[in-house]
Unconditional design. Structure first.
Ligand code: NAD
Ligand code: DAU
Length: 334
């Protein structure tokens, strides 16, 4: 019997991971610790909420007493919990420092104290910065360009230090851009779908020629399972699927699927510090752990667009929740 603390399991990738793990390992216990920020939706896991091997705890990874209580009961930790949207980090980075760095620090301290068997930090290819040519390898120097990626890189360095200094059995993964069901409609693909459903224009930053390397969320989760079980302690594994696309290519694909044309595109001011290109080499995970993605881009993107079109209520619900949280947290006249 293995028990795993999954943090941030009510978000996009974490919810897919929990669903995947509960299905694959019927004797594993999973505790999902999630603060349910605007990006976390417990309904994402409605289909497993009655599974006896699953427990949800609402709480913050920075809460030492709560994390202590949970960590004392598990063998492994998989840390997804994060503030994850670059544009938010550019507007206000404070929460990114708190959750992504302080939160990781808290988990590491307690993982050390309770002698956790495996600690997996779910990181991102954004820590490597931007590429003109070639690929990101695990040996590429870290060069984050925005507060979000800087906070993720900082967390990665802490994880590395806990492995080197205290022999904490830690692993780090760095994945490229995920797409799939349940992604919060602030990220490129669901945001554009949501805008078009409202007959609004889709904002393309700059010239639209920035490149992202896309991977279907299910493939990412499968790779995480592989690294958690078979990865070599202390190592970093990149995860990618070699699907480089410009933002304009993605926009056109969505426009066509939704019966719209380029009249719905609006070129807007560029994102500050906008990384031009990401491209991940997955050679290491493929060679050492024998993992490769199962979904072609065509199949994954079709599933994804179909899912959003069939789940418009979900989009409305999560967008409304954000508005409610925003109103609750606004300071009236103080
Ligand atoms: P998400 O924003 O959809 O989900 C984040 C989850 O973390 C939410 O459920 C939120 O409620 C929870 N959370 C936030 N702060 C918390 C806190 N202090 N304590 C507990 N829970 C908290 O993010 P995602 O896209 O699913 O990304 C998950 C992880 O994967 C992140 O660490 C991100 O950096 C990493 N990642 C994402 C991508 C991508 O393309 N989305 C790619 C590579 C890596
Ligand atoms: O590479 C992995 C990273 O991918 C993850 O670590 C992040 O958590 C995740 O948010 C994502 O970061 P990006 O900044 O690449 O994703 P985003 O969806 O915000 O933007 C994708 C590209 O689309 C980027 O070049 C900016 C552009 N864009 C985005 C939005 C929201 C637009 O042109 N218009 C938009 O409205």
């Amino acid at each position: 019997m293995t028990s795993i603390l999954v943090t941030g399991g009510a978000g996009f990738i974490g919810s897919c991971f929990i669903r995947y793990m509960l299905k694959k390992y019927c004797d594993y216990k999973i505790i999902n610790l999630d603060a349910l920020t605007y990006a976390g939706n417990i309904e994402n896991l409605d289909d497993v909420k009655n599974n006896p091997n699953y427990l949800f705890v609402k709480g913050d990874i920075c809460d030492k007493n709560l994390v202590k209580e949970i960590i004392s009961k598990v063998d492994c930790v998989v840390n997804f919990a994060a503030e994850s949207h670059v544009d938010n980090s550019i507007k206000n980075s404070k929460l990114f420092i708190k959750t992504n760095i302080d939160g990781t620090f808290n988990l590491l301290e307690l993982a050390k104290e309770f002698k956790i068997e495996r600690y997996l930090q779910v990181s991102t290819d954004e820590v490597y910065g931007s590429l003109d040519s070639g690929y990101f390898y695990e040996t590429t120097p870290l060069a984050p360009n925005n507060p979000y990626s800087a906070s993720k890189a900082s967390a990665d360095l802490l994880v590395r230090a806990y492995y080197k200094t205290y022999k904490l059995p830690a692993l780090i993964t760095r994945c490229s851009n995920n797409y799939g069901p349940y992604q919060y409609p602030e990220k490129l693909i669901p945001f554009f779908i949501s805008k078009l459903l409202k007959d609004e224009k889709i904002p393309i930053y700059g010239d639209g020629l920035n490149v992202r390397d896309w991977i279907y969320v299910y493939d990412h989760c499968e790779a995480l399972d592989m690294v958690l079980h078979k990865g070599k302690i202390g190592e970093v594994y990149n995860i990618g699927a070699h699907n480089e696309k410009t933002n304009l290519e993605i926009a056109h694909l969505i426009l066509t699927s939704m019966g719209k044309d380029e009249k719905s595109i609006e070129f807007v001011e560029d994102r500050l510090g906008h990384d031009r290109r990401y491209a991940v080499s997955g050679d290491k995970i493929m060679k050492e752990l024998n993992w490769k993605p199962s979904f072609s881009f065509d199949e994954g993107i079709k599933n994804t667009i179909d899912w959003y079109l069939s789940n418009q209520e979900w989009i409305e619900k999560v967008e409304n929740k954000r508005q409610v949280l925003y109103n609750e947290n606004s300071c009236n006249g103080c």
